[in-house]
Design a protein around this ligand. Structure first.
Ligand code: HEC
Length: 159
């Protein structure tokens, strides 16, 4: 490689790195980073389930949410039956993999409304598409949020 060529190769690498640094949406994000865009965050946090705090939802609501998660909601295909983000289609999303709902740190960081907002509108640039009203009604979406809340074992050390 001549000096010139080496300079060129290195120059394009620097350009590439600079480009990637200015385009965080194209790279992978930390799971803990908010998924609701800042402009919508306040409104998303204000959204509340009709039955109140999703972590305290009665068992019949949680059971209905589980049936939707494993059924017509198709959530398990990406997020996995146990919610670990290991469903059969998870390998298709290398950059921003499906959320692992057993991760209590992420669950603690999120308000119910943020989870609901992503189910409704999706997470731009990822495989997470808005699924309300296409697959679920709003009421069903909240039931799924109640089920998601049971996937992290609150108070227990991570497995
Ligand atoms: C085609 C694959 C796919 C399906 C089907 C899918 N998801 Fe997702 N989901 C993803 C991916 C990928 C992400 C991560 C997006 C990101 O990193 O921003 C995600 C993220 C989420 C989040 C955001 C979690 C957070 O970090 O705040 C929620 C909530 C969610 N999914 C709920 C659901 C529910 C509920 C269903 C079913 C009704 C569902 N998803 C169906 C792929 C999927």
């Amino acid at each position: 490689m001549t000096m010139n060529k080496r300079f060129e190769a290195c120059g394009s690498l620097v350009m590439l790195v600079a480009f990637m640094a200015t385009m965080p949406a194209c790279g992978s994000r930390q799971p803990i980073d908010d998924r609701v865009p800042p402009a919508h965050l306040e409104k998303a946090i204000a959204l509340k389930a009709p039955f109140g705090d999703a972590r305290l939802a009665p068992p019949e609501i949680v059971a209905a949410g589980k049936a939707l998660y494993e059924g017509k909601g198709t959530c398990h295909l990406c997020h996995g039956m146990g919610g670990k983000g290991d469903g059969p289609a998870n390998h298709m999303h290398a950059n921003n993999p499906p959320r692992d709902f057993t991760d209590c740190a992420v669950q603690r960081d999120r308000d119910d409304g943020e989870l609901f907002w992503i189910i409704k509108y999706g997470s731009t640039g990822t495989a997470m598409k808005g699924l309300i009203p296409s697959l679920l009604s709003e009421e069903e979406g909240w039931k799924v949020v109640a089920y998601l809340r049971t996937l992290c074992k609150w108070g227990e050390p991570p497995a």
